[in-house]
Structure formats: C-alpha cells, structure tokens
Write a new protein. Sequence first.
Length: 309
Amino acid sequence: MAFMFKFTKDQKIFNIGGVSIGGQPGQLPTILIGSIFYDGHKIVEDPKKGLFDQKKAEELLVKEEEMSLQTGNPRLVDVNGLWPEAMVRYMDFIAETTESPFLIDCAEAKVGLAALKHVDETGLTDRVIYNSINPSTKPEETSAIREVGLKAAILLAFNKRRPTVEGRIEVLKGSGESEGLLETSEKAGVEKPLVDVAVLDVPDPGPVSKAIFLVKEEFGLPAGGGPHNAIERWRQRRELDPNMLLTGGIIANTMPVTMGANFILYGPIRKAPEVYPACALADAYVAYCMRQQYGITPLTREHPLFKIF
C-alpha cells in the first residue's frame, strides 16, 4: 500500500498552541482545519464590519470540537477575513470561544497587517498561524511577522508558471529568478513553517499527495494541503449524485493522509461530521501499518488508532 514507508529525513514536530504537528506517518494524528467566515459563508451578515450570527458560529465550532474529541484528530480553525475590521472581530471571537490555535487567512496585505497588529496587541502570538507566506506576499507582511514575533506560518507553494509537483518544490527552494519561500520565511523569523502544497486544478489531489511526500522526504517539514478545493472547482459537481460528491470529497481529503500529510484544510467547517471520521480511519490504518512494519508507535494515546479499534 502507498503508506507503507518511512521518511529517510528526520521529521520535525512543532508545537503550536498546545497542538503537535509533524513527524513520521503513524506518530501523530492528522490535524484537521475547517474554515469559518469565508467569502459566501451564510452566517456572515456584514463581511466588511465582521458582523455575523454568533450563535450559529458557536454551534459550528462546538460540533467540530466534538468530532475532534471523538476521533482524536486535533483541530485548528482557519479564520477568513476580507476586511481589516472584520478580521479583528473574527479573531477576538475565535480566541474567546475556543482554546484552539487558529490560522489568520488573509488574501490581501492590508488584512494581514491589521491581523498581525492585533496579534501583537492581544498577546495571541503563540496561538496564531499566518496563512500564508506565498510568492505574492508583500515585504511589509514579512517585516510585520518578524516585528510581532510570530513563529508559525503556512508556506503556500503556489507556482503559477510551473503548476507541477516539481514546480511546488521549486517555489520552496527558490531559483535564480526568485527567492524561495523557505528563505523568505526564515528572514521573517518563522521557526515553525507548515508547507501547503497548493491545489491548482480539479485532479490535483494526486499531485498534491505526491508533493506532500516529496516535501517531507526532502525537508522534513510538516506538510499538507486543501484538497477540498479540487472538489469545489469540479464544474460537474452540481450534476453528481450526492453520494458520489460525498465520496469524492472523502477520497480527496484522505488520499494525502496515506502519503504522510500532517494537516488537511478540509473546507467549510460545517463538513466536520463527514471529514473527521474518514480522516481518522485513514490515520488508524496508517498507524497500524507503521507499527507492524517499522515499530513506529503513536506518540499520544488520543491517536485515532486507539479511538477507533
């Protein structure tokens, strides 16, 4: 089976806000990351001011936490914000409502800068992951990351010019034309880089899974991705039988797990009930194999291997 391997490179394990991420397959459960307050999220009433239905938001977070406790897969929360004021409001809500570390998902530099300023003012540095440092990240963003002392960030290996497995590695390492994301993040003071290998096309869960393997084999860093994006871009999805669409999403999210993924950005947080059990089962299969073949055992009794079997 595809997951019957042990990486030759020593695998880093980072602790971010009490959540451990990284390592060899079978050591730690896959971290699952659901998105909230994203563009089009129905609970958002005013995306500019950050007004939303707090009761529904809390219900989504509580349900996801229940699934996390049930399966043994830790969760991070991907907090999306389109406007500075909104992002700050969302961050405060997540920080007060949960104990989980969370990602500040900023598509524009002005939002990221406002979020970083708020991180510094509120002392949330140890709980926050910047999402993301990528080829389009502005110098003022990386400078702000260093100034506030943020240590964790997603490195988004997006390569528009070369959208291949090799292209993703190139973005991390850099070329004669541009600085690599690993160097950029190091200059920003990031000590806990998490590599998102970037979904670029509908069939990309295959290349994404291979890219995760190669990132871990070459750099030993925690790696993962958002394979749900491939399903969302599938134009025919609205014509598919609901069971087929559900199956497609499960396969897309679990395939990277068998190739060593340490985290999965699984899309809208409402999908937690379908994603957590599937990824937990994949984790359990991987862990059982690794224990049999390599003597690698889970580092926590909360691993899905012990929750499921």
